[in-house]
Write a protein of this length. Structure first.
Length: 259
């Protein structure tokens, strides 16, 4: 594990350059976030982003196709559908599948989101961390407990990972990046003002894992919570105010430059 920012000087310029390159509107065109950019209302963006990132694994084109299908099933009005749907409305999801995310899972997610928005003040409200938190690990753990507070099948719980159970929680951290980081560069939305980008975690996938290892940002090879903690702490040495901007650099180097 690297002990000081001086150890990263040989990589910081590279990572800053690549972060600027890939955090641009051009990035949106091939990324699932493009589907969420169809919306302008805060609650619509939150809901569709949460659902998309939940099944955001595998081929990116396939994810985008599934996301566009979901938008149509939600009548292009995610918040209105979620808060006003009836039980019979849920039948439309009987054929929706993206890899292991099955109709029964989506139906529960829609039901739980209705509970979150009608009883808990919305998604942002249930993610607001306690004071002086360095990371969001405990907040994600608390959110999962709230989200699965309604009757559900045990199988559906696997679609929201818990860092306190050893997971790197890639998809939920991706969702939080979309919601919290500034919209200035046109990719992330920056619509949540009650969470600081300082405490976000990098969405750790096969690309970021591989590139971070090659650059010495992590010493472990396993995509799990311990590796996430190591990467989080070292990215904060590079940029304590916005450490997760380097997600664009690490992902871009791995996905598009095959580093």
């Amino acid at each position: 594990m690297v002990k000081s920012s001086n150890d990263f000087l040989q990589f910081k310029d590279l990572l800053d350059r690549k972060a600027r390159k890939y955090e641009s509107k051009n990035f949106i065109e091939t990324d699932p976030i493009k589907v969420a950019h169809q919306f302008s209302e805060k609650a619509d963006i939150e809901i569709i982003s949460f659902l998309i990132t939940t099944f955001a694994w595998g081929n990116r084109k396939s994810i985008i196709n599934s996301a566009n299908n979901l938008v149509e099933l939600l009548e292009r009005n995610p918040h209105d559908f979620v808060v006003n749907h009836t039980k019979s409305d849920l039948k439309r999801f009987k054929d929706f599948t993206h890899r292991t995310f099955q109709p029964v899972d989506l139906i529960y997610f829609i039901t739980a989101l209705k509970f979150i928005y009608t009883q808990k003040g919305g998604l942002e409200n249930v993610f607001v961390p306690e004071m002086n938190q360095e990371f969001l690990y405990k907040t994600i753990h608390r959110f999962k407990r709230i989200f699965f507070g309604l009757p559900h099948l045990k199988r559906t719980e696997k679609h929201i990972s818990d860092p306190l159970n050893g997971s790197a929680s890639k998809r939920i951290n991706l969702f939080l990046r979309w919601m919290v980081r500034s919209s200035t560069l046109g990719v992330d939305f920056g619509i949540w003002k009650n969470i600081s980008p300082r405490i976000l975690s990098c969405p750790l996938d096969i690309h970021t894992l591989r590139v971070a290892g090659k650059l010495g940002l992590i010493s472990r090879k396993t995509n799990d919570f311990k590796t996430l903690v190591e990467l989080d702490r070292n990215l904060r040495l590079l940029n304590p105010e916005d450490p997760v901007k380097y997600d664009f650099a690490l992902f871009g180097l791995g996905m598009f430059e095959n580093i």
